[in-house]
Design a protein around this ligand. Structure first.
Ligand code: ATP
Length: 926
């Protein structure tokens, strides 16, 4: 650490909190908003500037230095030296246009990816003007007071106070993956970043809570400083890009070999001059190199991710698009993903009395009744205690929405429901908080499924309040509150609670149990320091108070999404912290499983061997009362079965499973920063249906890439066929397609329709197919056969016939035509025209794999039609512009010839429609 930096952090660490507040001109009320605004202007946004970008000029130039570009530069020079100046200039011009185009594609892809990054703001809870509010992390300024809890990423360098069991993962700074304990008091170790009461930007909270006072933001933080020092960006290649790179290389090699063979044949067989033989061979090479492949694929993937973003799924890297299409199993949380996370308390159960709560959603207009009668809280002592726990053992704030407006919650929906419940019962929260000030908390964690707070009662004694899952509560309670009396809890009491809980769970309701204990009399904690109130010492010998049940209805769109998954042979495994009965009730209601599904709880899971679990996850199964740590094992076992697994998660402990899954999916709304960091995809609406949309989009992008590949490969055959004719006849048949014409198709007319195929909408039925096997290749056998044996072959026959027809009309066959006669120019133009019009049919035919193009809408892809119009206009321009006629060896066609060209695509399109229809019929029979 630089000396002065070390001194600054050390200084902050050693100072008293009061002195620090004076230094940073702040108070326990936080900064005034106006002052915060001024500081934001002064210190700038709290962001780590992205690593120094590669120079834009360098990126631009790279597009002109690929192997194919170099070949074209060289050929241009050779053409110029061999006295074919126009040809040389034309080859260079085409090369420049092509380079600019691929730069544009790269740029567009980058822009698409960058815009996604901006779509996921991170928020932080700060205290300003004395009240807590949520702001974007970028708005944080030195002197701000902010709150931290498990799962948060630390937004700035800060001195901490009010710490409770705080542990921080500092691996991003120190490389050390074991979380470190933090506390309020200054202690300094020997290492860097060892100040015990300082947290650093870029690290994450793994457990506990704390408050912080910011002393450095943005690039002045330790993380910013390191980022500045190590700003080198590594370019990562995704498997799909790697596969395409390899494919491009293989095809290039084949192209060069063919080129060399043609070069030698032209010299020794046809006795052409060396320079023109070279240019001729070049035509072959250009025809076969799939030059635009990589940038087009990258752009297509980037556009795919943008479409996904519109459907609420943000992908962190393009690679996941491919994996999404292969997904065979989704391990999904229940609460908030399958359900709405709109908790409403509807029953309160105490052993002596039961209550109903009316009013749904986050509206306070509802009441608490018992046996149909409104209740007066003042008279219901047990109920009052339950409501007190519900309110005090709670970290969530609910701001009242205006009339009929949704309330805003700062915290979790489960706790928000309890806040609303206490409001419905008429409890004044502020009053209650003042009466029982909190002195400590033992935060919720999904393993023990409990949360406790310790408050000071008016008697001066500490009171421990605990809420959580019934199964966990029953383990820590040995007494029960019964009509104002505390007595020992009996087995009959326990059974009674379990029975009523089961009844509610069968209705799909979620329950939460409440208990308390006043530390007085013989209590072992009497006289102990507050630090001694731990999970072990505090959450024991509790007094059971009662249960509340909450409804959390399934999301309305979930039913269709689940059906879609089943049609697409994607299995869904519900993995929830909720009770087995509630889980099964919801799973069957939604249609995820039948009621025969096996339910495995976390405890049972611990007893299962890997082998048994591997078998279990093959069938209909639900995991309930599991901790996030279990998810890791479930995902791993599915993967052992050869499944491609997508798994959802939101908490800090979900991170390992999210990383392990082939697609880790974090919740954008309720998820912690840690989960979002670990995930590959983030749902901006936390909705399961968005996962299904993303899978559909992933399948579509992949199939569009195959369509694109088929399209650009199939034109190679008719481009190569004329040269074969030329060689086989030892030059007796003049070359039916010149090099410039090959370049016209390959680097000109093919580009726009190919791009259009990249944005084709999902083909109907794409979600009726099983997932693509993991070992499948983009360029598969069916594409090769179609490209070379079907589309390409037919186009070769048509274009060669067209050539011979026009050549014949003009006095076939004479080699002398080659240099002079307009007949030859017209004949080659006809070959060119025929290839272009065959490509028009191919563009249409490639749009669907087996569905009819009419089913996706003949005119629904405007970009393809635009490409087709541009192609035809370009052909006409080449044909009728005198100066271009010389360069491209073109000549004007007459009306009959144009008519012939326009007729070409119709039968090709209709025949392909017929073929697809037959394929569909055969498939439906099977
Ligand atoms: P899912 O895992 O599908 O999201 P979940 O919300 O029920 O479902 P967890 O968050 O792990 O899963 O919660 C497990 C259990 O812990 C819940 O069923 C509930 O009984 C209890 N619980 C949830 N939130 C709290 C909380 N804030 N305080 C105390 N107990 C809680």
């Amino acid at each position: 650490m630089a000396n002065n930096e070390s001194t600054k952090v050390d200084d902050v660490a050693k100072k008293s909190l009061e002195a620090l507040m004076i230094d940073y001109q702040t108070t326990s009320q936080g900064l005034a908003q106006e002052e915060a605004d001024n500081r934001l202007k002064k210190y700038g946004e709290n962001t780590i500037q992205a690593a120094k970008k590669r120079s834009e000029i360098l990126i631009f130039v790279e597009n002109f230095t690929s192997m194919m570009a170099i070949l074209l530069w060289a050929s241009g020079i050779i053409a110029m030296f061999a006295g074919m100046l126009e040809l040389g200039v034309a080859i260079w011009t085409v090369n420049v246009i092509n380079g600019c185009f691929s730069y544009w594609q790269q740029h567009a892809a980058q822009k698409a990816t960058d815009s996604l990054k901006k779509m996921l703001p991170s928020y932080v809870k700060v205290t300003r003007n004395g009240s807590v509010k949520q702001i974007r992390e970028e708005e944080l300024v030195p002197g701000d007071l902010f709150a931290l809890q498990a799962g948060d990423s630390i937004p700035a360098d800060a001195r901490i106070f009010n710490c409770s069991n705080l542990q921080v993962d500092e691996s991003s700074l120190t490389g050390e993956s074991v979380p470190v304990d933090k506390g309020d008091q200054y202690q300094h170790g020997d290492d860097e970043f060892a100040q015990n009461n300082i947290v650093f930007a870029g690290t994450t909270v793994t457990s506990g809570t704390a408050s912080g006072i910011v002393f450095a933001t943005g690039m002045t933080t330790e993380f910013g400083r390191i980022a500045q020092l190590t700003q080198n960006q590594k370019k990562v290649m995704y498997p799909l890009q790697r596969e395409l790179n390899q494919l491009t290389r293989q095809l290039t090699l084949i192209a060069v070999l063919i080129g060399v063979a043609f070069f030698l044949l032209a010299i020794f067989f046809v006795h052409s001059p060396i320079a023109s033989s070279f240019i001729f061979a070049l035509g072959m090479i250009v025809a076969f190199i799939p030059e635009g492949l990589l940038p087009t694929v990258t752009l297509s993937l980037a556009q795919g991710t943008q479409r996904m973003a519109k459907r609420h799924a943000l992908l962190k890297n393009l690679n996941s698009v491919e994996t999404l299409g292969e997904t065979t199993v989704i391990c999904s949380d229940k609460t908030g993903t399958l359900t709405q996370n709109q908790m409403t308390v509807n029953h309160i159960w105490l052993i002596s009395k039961q209550y109903e709560v009316s009013g749904t959603g986050y509206f306070t207009n509802g009441t608490v009744t018992s046996a149909g009668q409104s209740v007066d809280i003042g008279e219901e002592a047990d109920l009052k205690i339950l409501l007190q726990i519900a309110k005090l053992d709670n970290d969530t704030e609910v701001t009242e929405g205006k009339k009929d407006e949704k309330s805003k919650i700062l915290g979790t929906p489960t706790e928000a429901a309890l806040v609303i419940l206490s409001r419905k019962a008429g409890i004044n929260s502020r009053h209650e908080n003042q009466k029982f000030p909190r002195i400590k908390e033992l935060p919720f964690d999904s393993k023990r499924k409990l949360m406790s707070t310790i408050s000071k009662a008016q008697t001066g004694n500490p009171i421990i309040y605990t809420k959580g899952a019934l199964s966990s509560e029953l383990q820590i309670c040995d007494r029960i509150l019964d009509a104002g009396q505390i007595r020992t809890i009996t087995d009959a009491d326990r059974q009674k609670v379990l029975d009523v809980n089961e009844k509610y769970s069968r209705e799909g309701l979620r329950s939460l149990a409440f208990s308390f204990r006043e530390v007085a009399g013989q209590d072992p904690l009497v006289g102990q320091k507050i630090d001694d109130y731990t999970i072990k010492t505090a959450e024991t010998h509790m007094v059971f108070v009662g249960l509340v049940t909450m409804s959390d209805p399934p999301r309305p769109e979930i039913f269709d999404a689940v059906k879609k998954c089943h049609r697409a042979s994607i299995r869904i495994i519900m993995v929830t912290g909720d009770s087995p009965i509630t889980a099964k009730s919801i799973a069957t209601k939604i249609g995820i499983t039948s009621d025969k599904a096996q339910v495995i709880t976390g405890n049972e899971l611990d007893q299962l061997s890997d082998n048994d679990l591997q078998k279990a996850v093959k069938g209909e199964v639900i995991f309930a009362r599991v901790a996030p740590e279990h998810k890791f094992r479930i995902v791993s076992m599915c993967q052992k079965n050869g499944e491609v697994v997508a798994s959802t998660g939101d908490g800090v402990n979900d991170a390992p499973a999210l990383k392990r899954a082939d697609i880790g999916i974090a919740m954008g709304v309720t998820g912690t920063d840690v989960a979002k960091d670990a995930a590959d995809m983030i749902l901006t609406d936390d909705n399961f249906a968005s996962i299904v949309s993303a899978i559909e989009e992933g399948r579509t992008v992949y199939s569009n890439l195959q369509k694109f590949l088929l399209y650009i490969l199939n034109s190679n055959v008719p481009e190569a066929a004329p040269s074969v004719v030329f060689l086989l006849t030892r030059g007796l048949v003049p070359l039916p397609l010149t090099v410039m014409q090959i370049l016209t198709v390959d680097l000109g007319t093919d580009l726009l329709p190919a791009l259009g195929l990249g944005i084709e909408k999902s083909e109907p039925g794409i979600m009726d197919l099983p997932p693509r096997p993991q070992d499948s290749h983009l360029l598969n056998r069916s594409i090769v056969i179609k490209a070379f044996g079907l589309y390409g072959l037919v186009a070769s026959i048509i274009s060669t016939c067209a050539y011979f027809f026009v050549n014949g009309v003009h006095g076939w066959p004479s080699v002398s035509l080659m240099s002079s006669g307009t007949g030859y120019a017209e004949a080659t133009t006809m070959t060119l025209g025929a290839i272009i019009f065959c490509q028009i049919a191919a563009a249409m035919n490639c749009r669907t794999q087996i569905s009819s193009v009419f089913s996706v809408g003949l005119f629904s892809n405007r970009r393809i039609w635009l490409g087709i119009i541009v192609e035809i206009v370009l052909l006409a321009v080449l044909m009728y512009t005198p100066f271009l006629q010389v360069v491209f060896n073109t000549g004007p066609l007459d009306r009959v010839e144009w008519f012939f060209l326009f007729c070409i695509p119709i039968p090709l399109f209709l025949l392909e429609e017929l073929r697809k229809w037959i394929v569909r019929k055969v498939a439906s029979r099977h």
